[in-house]
Design a binder for this molecule. Sequence first.
Ligand SMILES: [Zn+2]
Ligand SMILES: [Zn+2]
Length: 352
Amino acid sequence: MTNEILKEKFEEFLDGQGMKHRTPSGQPSTIYAYRNSVQNVCKREGTDWQGLAGQISTIIQKYETGGAEEAFGAKSKHTVVNALKQFQKLVDELSSTTEQSTSKYELLGQYLANKGQEKITMIFEEIESVLGFPLPYYLRSNTAGWYGKPENSPTHKQKEIWYNYGYRVESVDLTRKTAIFIMLDSKDLIDNDFDEQDEIQEAELLESKVKNDTADRSLNYQESKVGKSIRKDPRISKTALHEAQYKCEADHSHETFDTARGVAYMEGHHLIPCTLTNAEFFKKKFDKNIDCVENIVCICPNCHRAIHFGNKETREDRLRKLYAIQGSKLAEVGIPISEDELLELYIKRRAT
Ligand SMILES: [Zn+2]
Ligand SMILES: [Zn+2]
């Protein structure tokens, strides 16, 4: 919320409580006085309306009886303190409505994405001024709420927001009250499936009576040293390779070598990356498991590495080719996804 909007909202808010802009004789009245008072406190504190909103409780204490700015707060029959208290009511109202409609931390996500820098350092005060409310005690007092992938701590919704906007916290210093956000890279967005390829090679094929229903299974979880993740069934990938007749689906002319089993060596890759975040998102949205035959593409090792490690153009090229084949299969099994939505899962999210 910008400063201008906050000022407007404040006037509307006061108006809604029956306060007046002008007296019957045309003199500036309460709304005018309250608006000016908040403005003056901003000036005194060297901040703006958003900044003030972020620390409003501390500010009120300061201007109330017993506070360092007591005298200023008491001017013209406590107009300043009264104005600040009204402003606090507005801030409370705004933060509770934001919490209901969208997540409270969305503004910070948007802010980071708009900046779009690899590394963004922010002091807590700046973060609060972006958010429009003070950081909760658990973020001010311990680091757990900041770090790590959202999937490792489903209770910390704020991490999910940063993550969705393409950032995670690299470090946080509670003494200096500073957090450093860094852009996610492909490691964070795509599940590392290279270690799984030998399992896939060894796996048996699924029986034909179950291979069409793999999207309807519940999610399988596993605990690893990086936290909770999705346990993928190598037989499902193997079946997908078999269905594709061991040809690279990005381009049938790509050659590899024959394996001991007498078929071309190909690798299985989950087109919708099978991260915990994605798997739970699609389970919730469509009640489908993305570790399913329809979501696995059969590709040559070169194309597979290109998807994981290529530059933006290379990755998009392979993904578009694969989407052309796989998109309709996914839709048929109840996991509709557009090409843009798919690409977005692979690419750091930017503000639009
Ligand atoms: Zn892969
Ligand atoms: Zn290929």
